[in-house]
Design a protein around this ligand. Structure first.
Ligand code: HMG
Ligand code: MG
Length: 286
């Protein structure tokens, strides 16, 4: 039987958060609907973060209000603190097909830049969010950024990544997405980092989140597949970047990941023609 790989689409969040132009709720919803039609099982649609920090995500509640339930599809939003959780609840996420994601950094410099606090404080701050979500029956995913390199601190030691993953999962067991936020890592950095993390976390609880600055993202996905990972984040049309990680452009494009999976013989359940249509919509937004 063909093995399944889960594609976690992050374009409407990780992609659009970095766009300079204001994008209307209607255009965001049209993009998400186009993605939803393709058979994806997970789409990240926004963030409940400070609108002063990331103005592009300030309308996430309105986006949520406009989205319909799709069988087999989970929408996800980023939630950094209890204020964000309250926003998610007020937007009606509980009781619907939503998950949340909490996010920390493996490096102190990016943690300060992105969350205005230390790594340890960010984990303390997200603990009540994880508690509240668990009580409400909402699944939680964790992100760890800068798993290879930090724009402020330089290379991240694999042992540091493993330590932060362990501290995050000590809050509650959760799947963790490992982010090469700068997109400059090659398999030479990814393999030792994954080896350290895999000492503690089984591969089916990990995802690869590779930005694609230096064109290594697909090779990084291939080595991660060889090491047992079966979930990868990508952004339709290669949208993306983090406004608080200078020099970090787009995520690996969903259409490129789907082509790789088809070539390697993995099943994704995602229609490549429908993703091509959504990719054109994403490109027209820039
Ligand atoms: P802060 O300024 O330290 O927070 O920001 P604060 O608690 O001092 O609050 C300051 C003000 O923000 C207050 O308002 C709060 O109410 C408000 P005021 O009283 O001044 O009017 N506030 C909020 N408003 C709305 N929603 C909230 C919220 N929290 C506080 N949730 C904070 C701390 C976390 C809010 C801020 O640093 C922030 O929003 N950071 C988010 C940055 C972000 O979204 N970055 C991009 C996503 S991460 C990413 O892209 C990486 C990833 O893709 C993986 C990878 O590639 O590596 C996931
Ligand atoms: Mg990212």
């Amino acid at each position: 039987m063909t093995e399944h790989v889960c594609i976690h689409e992050v374009g409407p969040r990780d992609g659009l958060q970095n766009e300079k132009a204001v994008i209307s709720v209607a255009r965001k919803v049209a993009l998400i609907d186009a993605l939803a039609a393709s058979g994806l099982s997970d789409i990240e649609v926004g963030s409940f973060v400070s609108p002063r920090w990331v103005p592009q995500m300030a309308d996430t509640d309105l986006v949520m209000a406009a989205l319909g339930d799709v069988v087999g599809l989970t929408y996800a939003v980023l939630v950094p603190n209890m204020r964000g959780w309250d926003g998610f609840v007020a937007a009606g996420g509980v009781g619907k097909s939503y998950a949340i994601a909490v996010f920390v950094s493996a490096s102190e410099g990016f943690s300060q830049s992105n969350l205005n606090c230390s790594v340890a404080d960010s984990i303390r701050r997200l603990a009540p969010v994880v508690d509240a979500a668990t009580t409400a029956g909402i699944a939680v995913r964790g992100y760890v950024s800068c798993v290879a390199e930090c724009p402020f601190d330089g290379p991240t030691p694999p042992a540091k990544v493993a330590e932060v993953v362990a501290n995050l999962r000590a809050v509650a067991p959760m799947p963790v997405s490992l982010g090469d936020t700068l997109g400059r890592a090659s398999p030479e950095q990814i393999v030792p980092m994954l080896a350290q993390v895999l000492n503690m976390v089984p591969p089916h609880e990990l995802a690869g989140h590779f930005h694609d600055t230096n064109g290594h993202a697909l090779r990084n996905i291939e080595v991660a597949l060889e090491m047992g990972l079966r979930a990868f984040d990508s952004a339709v049309g290669g949208l993306g970047g983090c406004p608080y990680a200078p020099g970090a452009p787009g995520n690996v494009a969903t259409e490129d990941v789907l082509e790789l999976m088809a070539r390697l013989g993995y099943h994704t359940g995602v229609d490549r023609d429908l993703i091509a249509t959504a990719a054109q919509m994403a490109k027209d937004m820039r």
